[in-house]
Ligand binder design. Structure first.
Ligand SMILES: NC(=O)c1ccc[n+]([C@@H]2O[C@H](COP(=O)([O-])OP(=O)(O)OC[C@H]3O[C@@H](n4cnc5c(N)ncnc54)[C@H](OP(=O)(O)O)[C@@H]3O)[C@@H](O)[C@H]2O)c1
Length: 256
């Protein structure tokens, strides 16, 4: 009997819809072992198809050790567009070990006619933009770790929408917390802006459909959106969807 060849091991750096979808598409294929990696911040995350590992690797050195120990043949960085540190570590570790690396990233949102976006590079820029706009009733659609810089703005009433409660709540002069997670539909977003008389939104350019409805609702009301642009990422091969990622992997592994 001929020996069964070792499976090809793929590592997906996940925590996103795209990461789950890629694991689903690849796990179970003959000859392929799929490991998804999550940062481990969410207490009971959804389980991806295939194997799961959780928690930081311990920087570039820890990631290199992991790739070598598991015999990883290719890495797909499917982390969130704003998870830039993990992307840098993946680029450095893969370059040093000559492991093929693919970035799977949903395209950013682009403004369309009628949008009043104020693009900013960081939260200091967002605060300056809110002051310039004279905003008074602001929807902060951000992660709970990103709220603190906005507490300096005493003149603004904030509606803070995040997935889990900020603990501790930064010392806002006037803030209401709304715990909710997408997808958000257009009717609900329109109602939210109207009920709270929102005059400005602050968010990140995450892209995707789950949280895009607020942008249309804002456009309809001519409400400005302070949009934090994505951080730079190291140069690498990039695809926007799972089918393209699967094709890229097939080619990369054939030629490696
Ligand atoms: N930032 C966002 O807005 C956002 C939104 C939705 C989902 N997420 C997901 O949440 C995770 C953390 O985001 P972040 O912005 O804190 O990331 P980050 O700033 O890029 O990463 C910080 C550290 O967390 C660890 N880490 C991050 N992603 C990991 C993964 N998939 N597997 C193992 N370790 C990981 C790494 O630790 P070591 O250096 O120890 O390896 C990394 O250096 C990401 O996986 C991302 O996909 C982020």
């Amino acid at each position: 009997m001929s020996p069964v060849p070792d499976p090809t091991t793929l590592l997906i750096l996940g925590g996103t819809t795209e990461g789950y979808a890629l694991a689903e598409a690849l796990a179970g294929r003959p000859g392929v072992r799929v490991i998804s990696s999550l940062a481990g911040r969410t207490p009971s995350p959804r389980r991806p198809a295939g194997e799961l590992r959780s928690g930081g690797f311990g920087g570039v050195a820890g990631l290199k050790d992991y790739l070598a120990a598991e015999g990883v043949a290719a890495v797909v960085d499917a982390t969130h567009p704003f998870a830039a540190t993990m992307g840098e570590h993946a680029a450095a570790a893969c370059a040093e070990l000559a492991v093929p690396l693919l970035r799977l990233e949903r395209p950013p949102w682009r403004p369309v006619p009628g949008d009043r976006w104020e693009p900013v590079a960081d939260w200091d820029g967002a605060i300056a933009a809110l002051r310039t706009l004279g905003a008074r009733r602001v929807l902060l659609a951000l992660g709970r770790q990103e709220l603190a810089p906005f507490a300096v703005l005493d003149e603004i009433r904030f509606l803070i929408r995040c997935v889990s409660a900020p603990d501790p709540l930064p010392p806002f002069a006037d803030a209401e917390i709304l715990l909710d997670r997408g997808p958000f539909d257009l009717a609900a977003e329109r109602a939210l802006l109207d009920t709270h008389r929102i005059d400005c939104i602050v968010c990140k350019n995450s892209g995707g459909s789950a949280s895009a409805a607020k942008l249309q609702a804002a456009r309809e009301r001519a409400i400005p959106v302070v949009m934090r642009e994505r951080p730079a990422r190291p140069a690498s091969a990039v695809v926007a969807d799972v089918a393209a990622a699967a094709r890229w992997l097939r080619n990369a592994l054939r030629s490696s």
